[in-house]
Design a protein around this ligand. Sequence first.
Ligand SMILES: O=P(O)(O)OC[C@H]1O[C@H](OP(=O)(O)OP(=O)(O)O)[C@H](O)[C@@H]1O
Ligand code: HPA
Ligand SMILES: [Mg+2]
Length: 181
Amino acid sequence: MHPDVEKVLISRMEIDEKVHELGNILSRDYAGKELLMVGILKGAVVFMADLARAMNIDVRIDFMAVSSYGASSKSTGVVRILKDLDKSIENCHVLIVEDIVDTGLTLNYLLDILQARNPASVRICTLLDKPSRREVNVPVDYNGFAIPDKFVVGYGLDYNEKYRHLPEIYVLKKEIYQSVK
Ligand SMILES: O=P(O)(O)OC[C@H]1O[C@H](OP(=O)(O)OP(=O)(O)O)[C@H](O)[C@@H]1O
Ligand code: HPA
Ligand SMILES: [Mg+2]
């Protein structure tokens, strides 16, 4: 295990099982529809790659990159689009793919932006949900795991851009994020 992590929260096997379960549910729910999976960079990259390969219907994939607006370290809920979708989503069924929903501010804003583009539907699929931290109510349609209020890394999730490549989901040691201002 990486020395900066306290423990494994969700193992590789539990992640695999959940991703396949979600892939089956989504394949059933979107059968016969044109689905565009939209991964939110960068955290969702690893989950997106596995989830797309767990689908047994035809899908298209694209990515968006957003960043919290302004210099404040606290999320304001206003996000700036750094990379937009390549094509129009008018009349498409869109599934937003996220690694984690925390305060909900990022998704709340993204949902507004995408809904304004007249898609056939927009739903949210997240691997992790921290419901105790929610500041705005976002409709999470598909969720892998509800987790406690601990800072987690691995499987795409970072702290200061580190740990995204680790294969499982871990609780980061407190001293790692408390020692840096
Ligand atoms: O519900 P919220 O409180 O808005 O937090 C969730 C968002 O924060 C993380 O992204 P981050 O801004 O760290 O970018 P990253 O995906 O590149 O790590 C995560 O991937 C979600 O997009
Ligand atoms: O626990 C977390 N880990 C990594 N990124 C995050 N963004 C919101 N919550 C988290
Ligand atoms: Mg991050």
